[in-house]
Design a protein around this ligand. Structure first.
Ligand SMILES: Cc1cc2nc3c(=O)[nH]c(=O)nc-3n(C[C@H](O)[C@H](O)[C@H](O)COP(=O)(O)OP(=O)(O)OC[C@H]3O[C@@H](n4cnc5c(N)ncnc54)[C@H](O)[C@@H]3O)c2cc1C
Length: 318
């Protein structure tokens, strides 16, 4: 039998469909302009850990659970989220999943969607759907749970998700002063070695890299691990007229003018620019900008999925 939250959610969606209203799905509402003047579906009260099996490395959690609460529960059992989600301040796990946000360990451990085992969601007809499972060895089939990563509230309301977690590891950060172009070459070279890396970045004139577990003695200075919190989430102080772009590029690609930080072995650049500085650029601001990197086949897939999950167009589009 459906719980009260699920029942009310279903009624809200069906009511909105019958009255042709649009709904904005909201976690902790980091993007306030999105929900202004629109009816919201609030997920923050849908919070808590549903089940946690440390010996199985699996946690099932309600989507409105704060990242801080989830990470604290995992840390008590010496475990962590391997994808290191950025916490913008009370960010929810559902919002993070809906935005497909992964931290500096991305090239080494994988992206958020690699750790999603299963999802419960409610579609645009008000129907509860379950995909995937709660085990690392899972059933085969069309992998809807991974597809929802990045859906940004436009296809369905994610109510619950099961995640693969990993043991907490000891990490040490090293740093060296050097020019950006040299650091980009070096981080790409290091990625091809057996050094157990879990982060590589360039910030304010220094090349940073993070190593976990046993590793050879390094010809660099140990630095604080806090730099990864500065870079994840990256929130530099900006002048009102400045625009910050997240640029995804080939790791060895040359420097881009006005870059504030380089992460993920060179694959991620944070750049100040009036216009998109490269093809795969996302404007990072208080509302979602249109994506610049969707090719026609990708747009067609997204449109098709939207029609399947939200045939009445009740969820606000990006
Ligand atoms: C200044 C700033 C700029 C940012 N820019 C970007 C950006 O350009 N691109 C980006 O991806 N992230 C961006 N982020 C991160 C993102 O907005 C959120 O901070 C993060 O996803 C988690 O916040 P939240 O839980 O409050 O989710 P919210 O901010 O409430 O929601 C974020 C998105 O996820 C959807 N969502 C939330 N919960 C659910 C759910 N349970 N089911 C389905 N959909 C859900 C919402 O509809 C919305 O589209 C930015 C953050 C800040 C502070």
């Amino acid at each position: 039998m459906a719980d009260v939250f699920t029942q009310q959610l279903s009624e809200q969606i069906q009511q909105a469909v019958s009255e042709k209203r649009t709904l904005q799905v909201v976690g902790n509402n980091s993007k306030v302009p999105l929900s202004e003047g629109v009816e919201t579906v609030e997920l923050s009260k849908n919070s808590g850990i549903v089940s946690y099996e440390p010996s199985e490395l699996v946690v099932t959690v309600k989507s409105g659970t704060k990242l801080t609460d989830l990470s604290a529960a995992l840390a008590e059992r010496k475990q962590m989220l391997a994808f290191e989600p950025p916490d913008y301040g009370d960010s929810t796990i559902g919002g993070t999943y809906a935005c497909a946000l992964t931290g500096p360990s991305r090239p080494f451990r994988g992206v958020l969607r690699d750790f999603v085992l299963g999802t419960k969601m409610m579609d645009g007809r008000g129907q509860s759907l379950t995909f995937g499972g709660q085990m690392i060895k899972n059933v085969a089939g069309y992998d809807v749970s991974r597809m929802m990563a990045g859906s940004k509230g436009s296809m369905a309301v994610i109510t619950e998700l099961s995640l693969k977690v990993m043991p907490l590891v000891e990490e040490v950060t090293y740093c060296r002063a050097m020019p950006e172009a040299e650091a980009i070459v070096l981080m790409n070279q290091m990625a091809g070695t057996t050094l157990p890396l879990s982060g590589c970045a360039y910030y304010e004139g220094r090349f940073y890299y993070r190593v976990f577990g046993e590793h050879p003695k390094q010809d660099a200075t140990p630095c604080s691990n806090d730099v990864w919190l500065t870079l994840n989430p990256f929130q530099p102080k900006l002048q009102p007229n400045q625009k910050l772009w997240r640029v995804d590029t080939e790791g060895p690609a040359p420097s881009i003018p006005n870059t504030l930080a380089v992460g993920m072995c060179g694959q991620r650049r944070w750049v100040l620019s009036d216009e998109a500085p490269a093809p795969y650029s996302t404007l990072w601001q208080s509302y979602f900008a249109p994506r610049h990197n969707d090719t026609d086949p990708i747009s067609n897939i997204k449109t098709g999925l939207k029609q399947v999950f939200d045939p009445h167009n009740v969820f606000k589009n990006l």
